[in-house]
Design a protein around this ligand. Sequence first.
Ligand code: SF4
Ligand code: SF4
Length: 200
Amino acid sequence: MAFDKIAIAVDEVFKELDEHIERMTSKTGMKCVHLCGACCRKTDIEASPIEFIPLAAWLYENGKVDEFLTRLDQSDKTGYCVLFSPDAWKKGNWGCMNYEKRGLICRLFGFGYRLNREGVPELVTCKLMKESCPEAVAKARQSGIETPEEVPLFRNYSMQLYSIDPDLSIKQFPINQAIRIAIEKLYFQYAPELEHEIDE
Ligand code: SF4
Ligand code: SF4
């Protein structure tokens, strides 16, 4: 599938997921701690390249690929996600510099479910939400048992991305590497129009 078609297809999956999570949070009352961003303040986040094809497309459309690659090189040294701004909360922001184009893992973290050994959806959430809204978390856990068909499962959304492009979905990488591979895919599609070179 061509790069732009992949980007549109992934955006559609993300739109469906965002609406799904919105329904789940309205029902349970779960919500993040205001201006938290702690789940981005980690150096071991993994993702698949397909999750960042929409970001790569956005960078290309906005003429920001070169500038972004320079930032990516710098972020590789710290291990933090290239889009993370650790002091964003001081300015009243959440921390992700391109929230609209964040990946699947970023959207599901705190609100996603995985199947346990019995095949029952189990909520995967964070310590901060467990402490800040315990009743909502309990409700969300109960939803996995009572209405398993309604909760957002990691597996289902990963499979949807896989069906769009298996090669870009099958393997998880450290998040900055996944973003770099997504940009490389962009490079191969639009090479004549891009002036930079991407390191192997
Ligand atoms: S999912 Fe948890 S750690 Fe991440 S922003 Fe929300 S409250 Fe903070
Ligand atoms: S893309 Fe945004 S939301 Fe995802 S880990 Fe990076 S900073 Fe956090």
